[in-house]
Ligand binder design. Sequence first.
Ligand code: SF4
Ligand code: SF4
Length: 73
Amino acid sequence: MAVIGGDCLAEAGIVCRSCGDACGEVAIRFRPRIGLPPQAIVNEAACTGCGECVGACPGAAITLGAAHRESVP
Ligand code: SF4
Ligand code: SF4
């Protein structure tokens, strides 16, 4: 699944939804925060690992991690 790292522009105060726009599975949602732009959150269950969001990220903040886990502890 896609993993969003600390280089996400939102962590630097820049509003960005490029990953969400690129995701055909609508697996990335944006959680509102106070004081910072909305935080991108990957829905592990919906993410197919297609990688579309990786190339779309202007901050090069997204990596593809392990495939779906068998279960969520
Ligand atoms: S890897 Fe694909 S399905 Fe997963 S969040 Fe990125 S664009 Fe969406
Ligand atoms: S595209 Fe990259 S910089 Fe933009 S919100 Fe997604 S992870 Fe953050």
